[in-house]
Design a protein around this ligand. Structure first.
Ligand code: FMN
Length: 347
């Protein structure tokens, strides 16, 4: 199950009371769930009602989720998130500006406020060099908290144009210090964060998600193969469990499907490769058989089909997803998608 933001957290950005049921419905023996993106710090939040992993209440809320998933025989990793400049001052403690690698605003999208108002993105404040250790510490603490919450591992979210990708990509990173310029510098924060998380969990429980060719959140690189081949080669040296690559899409949407170019990066990542992006049961099988990838993560189809692995195995028809209930709201579109009659949701 791919990481899926649902914007339904309760007060204090604690996973809501239906979250254990939602995740347990989708838990299957042998399958891996990646949680929705979860901010490691209050400054890392950029959307309404997304959960965090920086307070005792949030840890306790997530513990209920991991217990429910484990009871069903499932496994779940927490996706560690800092949105960087993809935030708005209305989310920031003290109403300060969000931070990024450089003072460059997102111009091709709009931001939400905590009250779901649509507003332009602000120009972020470029992080000072001496603030970067604090960012790494936030991820390290998030990783520790994920362990306290009973997760099986963690995934570093370095995709979709959030903070770590803002540092990676040349369009959003114009720094002139050791975190900007050459690919070795732009990849530095990703590698330091991953190392910090590996120090907590051990490398075999850590994955990293990247989006080498996408432009969501106004990112992009002048030489994605050069940048991401370097990042993958260095991640390989950290011995992590897997890399998850999001297939590129047309335009700026995360939800239009044109897989391309991932194959060019495969030689730089000999380890376990997850891919996601518009797969069907058939195309996923083809991806595995052809060794394009080792595993395929499903997003939207898993929202609508709690027993998706069973359905794919049987070739059974799928429920259609309702986009209007992806983000926010309550039980509708969250825990009320039916499983196949008479088939247990745990594989
Ligand atoms: C509602 C929704 C929320 C998403 N939230 C996240 C997220 O929190 N973290 C992330 O890395 N990707 C997120 N994505 C991207 C998905 O993980 C996945 O890569 C994408 O949906 C493509 O897979 P699919 O075609 O099977 O849906 C989200 C996608 C959707 C549709």
């Amino acid at each position: 199950m791919a990481p899926l933001t649902r914007m339904r957290a309760a007060d204090g950005n604690v996973p809501n009371e239906l979250a254990p049921e939602y995740y347990a419905q989708r838990a299957s023996q042998g399958g891996l769930i990646i949680s929705e993106a979860t901010q490691v710090s209050p400054y890392g939040q950029g959307y309404p009602s997304t959960p965090g992993i920086h307070s005792a209440e949030q840890i306790a809320g997530w513990k209920k989720v991991t217990d429910a998933v484990h009871t069903k025989g499932g496994l779940i990793f927490l996706q560690l998130w800092h949105v960087g400049r993809s935030s708005h001052s209305s989310f920031q403690p003290g109403g300060v500006l969000p931070v990024g690698p450089s003072a460059i605003a997102i111009t091709d999208q709009v931001s939400l406020t905590p009250e779901w108002m649509t507003v332009p993105y602000e120009t972020p404040r470029a992080l000072e060099l001496n603030e970067i250790p604090g960012i790494i510490e936030a991820y390290r603490q998030g990783a520790r908290n994920a362990m306290a919450a009973g997760f099986d591992g963690v995934e570093v979210h370095a995709a979709n144009g959030y903070l770590l990708q803002q540092f990676l990509d040349s369009k959003s990173n114009h720094r002139t210090d050791i975190y900007g310029g050459a690919v070795e510098n732009r990849a530095r924060l990703l590698l330091e964060v991953t190392q910090a998380v590996v120090d907590v969990w051990g490398a075999e429980r850590v994955g990293v998600r990247l989006m080498p060719f996408g432009t969501y959140n106004d990112v992009g690189d002048s030489d994605p193969i050069g940048l991401y081949s370097y990042a993958l080669t260095q991640l390989d040296r950290l011995d992590i469990a897997y890399v998850s690559l999001i297939e590129a899409r047309k335009g700026n949407s995360m939800e239009i499907d044109t897989p391309k170019d991932i194959g060019a990066l495969r030689p730089y990542w000999p380890r376990t490769l997850l891919v996601a992006g518009g797969f069907t049961g058939e195309s996923a099988e083809q991806a595995i058989v052809s060794r394009h990838a080792d595993a395929v993560a499903f997003g939207r189809q898993f929202i609508a089909n709690p027993d998706l692995p069973v359905r794919l195995k049987m070739g059974a028809p799928l429920n259609h997803y309702d986009r209007s209930t992806f983000y926010g709201g309550g039980a509708a579109g969250y825990v009320d998608y039916p499983a196949l009659d008479g088939v247990a949701t745990s594989d």
